[in-house]
Write a protein of this length. Sequence first.
Length: 149
Amino acid sequence: MPALVRATFLVNAVYAESSREFGLTPQQGKLLCVLMAQPYGMSELGGTLGLAKSSLTGLVDRTERNGLVRRQPDPRDTRAVRVALTPRGSDLVERFYAETCRRVERLSTGLSAAERDLLAGLLGRVVLDNEVPVVFLELDEDRPAAHDS
């Protein structure tokens, strides 16, 4: 489906532009968005973000140096750490995520309400059919809230 590939490029471009405006790389933006729901262990993050251990370690290191995330001991495994948002990271990602969602939503303004609902339903089905893990949040009345699954 060439249209889906082209739509991916369009959404990625919006995401990259939004990331830059918030002083993030797209990878840092994804990391922060995933961490909005809860802290994650490094192996969980690697799987969710599709990154090798060395790439993930570098990403977390850089984001930690910027004061946006912190490593904390994993209460279930003393050898492991979990990555969590700092208060500064939490504030930044809430604003970044809300603005990015608004920008992506504007991509469909040329569609009628019924067409937007149809598009959302079809894309939601593609996501479900491909068993994409639920890690991002949904905006509800301009406030991030946990996504039910």
